[in-house]
Ligand binder design. Structure first.
Ligand SMILES: *[C@@H]1O[C@H](CO)[C@@H](O)[C@H](O)[C@H]1NC(C)=O
Ligand SMILES: *[C@@H]1O[C@H](CO)[C@@H](O)[C@H](O)[C@H]1NC(C)=O
Ligand SMILES: *[C@@H]1O[C@H](CO)[C@@H](O)[C@H](O)[C@H]1NC(C)=O
Ligand SMILES: CC(=O)N[C@H]1CO[C@H](CO)[C@@H](O)[C@@H]1O
Length: 855
């Protein structure tokens, strides 16, 4: 046997332990005290001892001796003396033996309540379970004949309340001594372990019970079955259930209900229904729990409507449905989106005087939210207040999240206000979601204020929320606020990390605030971090974007020197920086050095180069790089790259090459798409090669591609430029007949082209269509061309009328520039009267009065 004194008593060294060893003096004194205790009536001994010199001599070891010597006394007397002596000796010294002896004695005299209280007190001092167990076992064995094992139940119970692991360990210690707690004690422990999901210990206790032959009762079966269902082993649960009879424990209603409930949840509806029949055969009565289990299963497998039929079944068996039955059924209907039926059940339930519980409201809120029924959600919140279930933080959080998901910021903020008004605490979850979502919705300012409120309510901030705030401000271009957020993080009790700096630098770079970005880049090292790839990417991007390649290069070199390998994104940034600077040789040089540094350019890198070169007429270089891409990279050029080349070739009057390139695409298995063809058409039109542009358009149709607005705009524009307004109008009509909705650009091209060709009636018609259909007018230069075309024909007055009419009818805004063009036209036509009338009209309308009078 393990001896108590050889073991450390406590987890904490603060406490001194006293051993069972006692001196002869103690023994003599103890005998005298026991004598006083046994001869005094009730608490008379107190006076006797108080008048003697014993109080001064009380030591822990003396108390232990008294306990050991007084085994014949009534434990009540011993307990009183123990309490008396506890006051006399310092708390630091604990009397393991005394506690153990008393616990054993009390249990032997069936005073388990007092034993439990005593053990609870002792456990506050956190004795090691093995020490306490061993000591109790020692005194238990001393009196083996009339010792009562219930002391071990009490010990397990006491530990169960403070630490489940310890409680289970006490149970396992008992195994070595062929002892075991009662089944009820084991059940309570199992239940607790199940609740906190300590499944390893749960199964160990289960195994202990089998090994130590603790006979299962119905409750044990239930909890073990639940354990099997939890670990998704329904097979073992069923096996255990069917074994019960042979193990001499007939399943009762509770066991059946448990099985039915869990079988339904695990999807075994048919078996659950069979069990229900079995219950009736066995003469067991059904209750509301049986039904709520089944209703759940039927809702899932066969729909809520069929589940509702069970209500009639219940009536037949005279079982009144309870809250859970209604809630389960309502949830079934709500999951099917049938809120009407769910609410009619709720009314039925209320009519039957069944009180709703908070769980039901939570369920309704959740399901209404899933259905997006926000009005319903608000109504339920109101109702909750009315019936006295004050919605709690969780309910409000839930509603707030729904609004945020809907991008409804105002309503989400309203929820927060409701919480404040109702005195419902905003939790860290509430603040976290609200701050992140507000930043997402572009209101970092409010998010910032919320963070202050959060800190004031004692919830600490964290680096993620601060980062969200920084990103939020940057997205709103409020970079000074973003900087302030980073600078004041410390005040909010959060240490900024490297990621925060990178975020800020990246944002500042993108907003062109390169000096500020640089300052914060330098700060990274000042505050003790080392810039990483992201830091460099951010700063290089900033400088490249501003075409300050020298600086970009500087950081690039620094990065390489510090051992960070630049990635492809950084290279591509630099290349595009050089291109902006028109330093093409550097850009191409970089393309080669990338490869040397082991970073293979990707399609995007090539795309950036080819596109730039094509746009700037460097077709030879562009084609060189293109062939390098094709021959030595294994990358497949995409439609975008081809389109760049095609546009560039056309611009360089090399339409033959462009057309050949398009043909080549087909043979290389990169079918040209509409964008490619549009590029080619555009290029051909610009070259005035309308014939081949139209041929290309025919190819589009042949290939079964659907031409779009852009295709038509190109051709309409081309025809106008070639002086063929009729063809342009025909194309416009064809476009309409194909069901393509014209956009502003087509309208504008057409109006401009027609006006320039003097087709004023047609131009006017299209202008009116555009205004009516698209509620807009062409851009000012086109409007001015239009007016001067009318002016040439001395029809300024007419176009003025048309415009003012449209303005009225379509509620359009007519810019000052357009008015001035009208005034100009009228002046040229010598219509001075008209001019002054127009001025008057302006004045009445209050349109840019000053601008006009000075013109
Ligand atoms: C000793 O412990 C008891 C209960 O644990 C406590 O009420 C009392 O104040 C303590 N006494 C001292 C001197 O610490
Ligand atoms: C042991 O104590 C328990 C609880 O007080 C009591 O029910 C039981 O009968 C006792 N056993 C014996 C053998 O006295
Ligand atoms: C419970 O006791 C175990 C060891 O006995 C220990 O590891 C664990 O931290 C304790 N749990 C708590 C909540 O104190
Ligand atoms: C009201 C209307 O149809 N507006 C459209 C006008 O055309 C532009 C494109 O140029 C569309 O974006 C608008 O939606």
């Amino acid at each position: 046997m393990i001896r108590g004194r050889t073991l450390p008593l406590l987890r904490s060294s603060l406490f001194l332990s006293t051993s069972a060893a006692s001196s002869a003096d103690d023994l003599a004194l103890a005998q005298q005290i026991v004598c006083i205790l046994s001869h005094s009536q009730s608490s008379h001994w107190r006076h006797v001892i108080e008048r003697s010199d014993y109080p001064g001599k009380l030591t822990p070891s003396l108390v232990n001796s008294v306990m050991r010597t007084g085994s014949d006394l009534h434990p009540k007397t011993l307990l009183d003396f123990f309490h008396y002596s506890r006051v006399q000796i310092p708390n630091q010294t604990l009397i393991l033996d005394a506690y153990s002896i008393l616990a054993v004695y009390l249990c032997n005299r069936r005073m388990s309540r007092q034993a439990a209280a005593l053990l609870d007190t002792f456990l506050q001092f956190r004795p090691l379970p093995i020490s306490l167990f061993s000591c109790i076992h020692k005194y238990f064995s001393l009196h083996a004949v009339n010792s009562n094992v219930s002391v071990f139940d009490e010990l397990v119970e006491a530990y169960r309340k403070v630490n489940l692991t310890d409680a289970a360990n006490v149970v396992f210690f008992m195994k070595d001594h062929q002892l075991a707690p009662t089944v009820r004690c084991c059940n309570r422990l199992l239940n607790d372990l199940f609740k906190v999901n300590f499944m390893d210990l749960f199964w160990k206790v289960h195994e202990f019970m089998i090994d130590s032959r603790v006979a299962f009762d119905a409750y044990t079966y239930c909890i073990i079955m639940k354990g099997y269902f939890r670990i998704e082993d329904p097979h073992s649960a069923k096996q255990l259930f069917y074994e019960m009879d042979s193990k001499g424990c007939e399943p009762n209603m509770m066991v059946y209900n448990t099985m039915i409930f869990h079988l339904c949840r695990a999807g075994f509806l048919d078996e659950a229904l069979k069990l229900k029949t079995q219950m009736l055969h066995r003469g067991l009565s059904l209750d509301a729990r049986t039904y709520s289990g089944l209703i759940f299963g039927i809702c899932i497998k066969r729909g809520a409507k069929e589940a509702k039929g069970l209500l009639d079944d219940m009536r037949r068996h005279a079982i009144p449905p309870d809250f859970i039955v209604y809630k389960t059924l309502m949830e079934g209907f709500m999951k099917e989106g049938d809120t009407n039926e769910a609410f009619s059940l709720k009314r039925e339930m209320e009519a039957n005087n069944i009180k709703a519980e908070r769980a039901m409201y939570d369920m309704i809120l959740r399901e209404l939210g899933k259905l997006g029924d926000m009005e319903g959600v608000i109504a339920i919140l109101d109702e909750m207040v009315k019936v006295g279930f004050k919605p709690d933080t969780r309910s409000y959080n839930f509603v707030m999240e729904l609004y945020f998901r809907d991008n409804n910021k105002e309503k989400a903020l309203w929820v927060l206000d409701e919480m404040r008004r109702g005195g419902v605490a905003l939790s860290s979850y509430t603040f976290g979601i609200a701050i992140k979502e507000l930043c997402r919705l572009g209101d970092a300012t409010t998010a910032d204020r919320l963070m202050d409120e959060m800190l004031q309510s004692g919830i600490p901030a964290n680096v993620y929320l601060c980062s969200a705030l920084i990103s939020g401000y940057l997205r709103e271009r409020k970079y000074l606020k973003a900087i302030e957020t980073l600078d004041t993080m410390q005040n909010r009790g959060v240490a900024p990390d490297l990621q925060c700096y990178n975020l800020l630098i990246d944002g500042l770079s993108k907003l062109g605030q390169i000096e500020l970005a640089t300052r914060y880049f330098d700060k990274i090292e000042e505050v003790g971090f080392v810039p990483n790839q992201f830091s460099y990417a951010a700063i290089i991007n900033g400088y490249s974007g501003l075409a300050k390649t020298e600086k970009a290069e500087f950081y690039f070199d620094q990065m390489v020197k510090s051992g960070i390998k630049p990635n492809i994104v950084i290279f591509t940034m630099l290349i595009s920086g050089y291109l902006q600077l028109k330093d093409i040789s550097k850009a191409i040089y970089l393309l080669s050095s990338m490869v040397e540094m082991g970073v293979n350019p990707d399609l995007n890198t090539y795309s950036v180069l080819i596109d730039h070169l094509s746009k700037h007429g460097q077709m030879k270089l562009a084609l060189d790089i293109f062939s390098r891409l094709e021959s030595s990279t294994g990358l497949v050029p995409d439609n975008f790259i081809y389109s760049s080349l095609i546009s560039g070739l056309c611009k360089a009057s090399e339409s033959d090459k462009a057309i050949k390139l398009v043909e080549e695409m087909g043979t290389k298995g990169i079918p040209p798409n509409l964008v490619t063809y549009n590029s080619l058409m555009d290029g051909l039109c610009r070259l005035g090669d309308l014939k081949r542009a139209i041929e290309t358009f025919d190819i589009i149709l042949e290939k079964g591609l659907a031409p779009n607005c852009v295709s038509y705009t190109i051709l309409i524009d081309g025809n106008c430029k070639m002086g063929d307004p009729d063809a342009a109008i025909r194309l416009y009509e064809e476009m309409l007949s194909r069901g393509i909705k014209p956009d502003d650009i087509v309208y504008t091209s057409l109006i401009d082209g027609l006006a320039k060709l003097g087709k004023l009636d047609e131009a006017e018609k299209i202008l009116i269509t555009m205004a009516n259909d698209n509620n807009s007018l062409p851009v000012n230069p086109v409007m001015k061309n239009l007016i001067s075309a009318f002016c040439k024909e001395k029809k300024t007055e007419h176009v003025k009328k048309v415009l003012l009419n449209l303005k009225e009818k379509c509620d359009l805004k007519i810019d000052r520039e357009v008015y001035l063009a009208l005034v100009d036209g009228l002046c040229r036509e010598g219509k001075d009267e008209e001019v002054s009338r127009l001025f008057k009209e302006f004045e009445e309308m209050g349109v840019l009065h000053q601008g006009i009078s000075t013109a």
